[in-house]
Design a protein around this ligand. Structure first.
Ligand SMILES: [Zn+2]
Ligand SMILES: [Zn+2]
Length: 267
């Protein structure tokens, strides 16, 4: 797009593309996981985290608010695009840098996002903000992949804020931004799968156990005041907000037997 375009012309030319990409990312990732979970529902039955099942109205609400979030993400995405055209942000395009640089940029934005998410999430669990913007996400006591973007408009703006904030300081190739948002939706749908998808040996490997599993976030939905992290467990460990039964529950869900659980609702 050329810089001579007026803002309204730029909006008409660019925003529909950004919206289509944001919406497709959600629909494809959540839809594919729902299909996979349906196909393998037999073998995965012992890995279901809760005995309760999400109701039809739960799923409708999750989809509806995720569509609203895709719309808000696309508006913030357009602001990022337009601001970048005027040199406000440090996103660059053109020739690809070497893979190591892309990997570094990607690791930096993921680690930054994890910290941003943890602290924004803790803030949203204060009474005032919880009532106003975060309660909606917690209406999914038994989340499904459709809950990946089920945020109130206020929370969607908070969640969208990471990219413009990071791009003020962190140079990122357009490919890094694409990899970041793709990784974000994949981790989000997996975190809301309702079925533990990680292998039973996951927590036994020191490097891997730093990455959150499905149960990690599911326990946040069922218990509320623990496991605020997104991609990694380290903020919860450091701030002592990890659910005390996390490892035990992970073990139980990834064994063939199904010894536990019907906890629903926030405690
Ligand atoms: Zn929460
Ligand atoms: Zn969630």
């Amino acid at each position: 797009m050329n810089q001579a375009m007026s803002l309204p012309d730029l909006f008409v030319a660019v925003w529909p593309i950004i919206f289509t990409v944001d919406l497709s990312r959600y629909l494809i990732a959540a839809g594919l996981l729902v299909i996979i979970l349906a196909i393998f529902s037999g073998p995965l039955a012992s890995r279901r985290i809760q005995t309760r099942k999400a109701s039809g109205p739960d799923i409708r609400r999750e989809v509806l608010y995720s569509l609203s979030t895709a719309l808000i993400f696309s508006l913030v995405g357009f602001a990022l695009y337009a601001g970048n055209q005027h040199g406000l942000f440090r996103i660059y395009g053109g020739e690809l840098p070497n893979g190591f640089r892309i990997l570094l940029e990607f690791a930096a934005i993921v680690v930054l996002h994890d910290a941003y998410f943890y602290w924004a999430h803790r803030a949203m669990h204060t009474r005032w903000l919880f009532r106003r913007i975060h309660r909606l996400h917690h209406q999914s006591n038994t989340p499904t992949p459709w809950a990946a973007y089920a945020f109130s408009p206020g929370e969607a703006i908070v969640e969208a804020g990471i990219l413009p904030l990071a791009a003020l300081a962190l140079p990122m190739h357009e490919l890094t931004v694409f990899l970041f948002v793709t990784h974000m939706i994949l981790r989000n749908v997996v975190g809301h799968a309702g079925v533990e998808l990680f292998p039973h040996w996951w927590l036994g490997i020191p490097v891997l156990r730093r990455f959150t599993t499905t149960i990690h976030h599911d326990l946040h939905h069922s218990h509320g005041n623990a496991n605020f992290g997104l991609y990694f467990v380290w903020w919860d460990r450091l701030m002592k907000t990890e659910h005390p039964d996390y490892a035990e529950r992970f073990e139980a869900s990834t064994q063939a037997s199904r010894p536990h659980n019907s906890s629903n609702g926030r405690s």
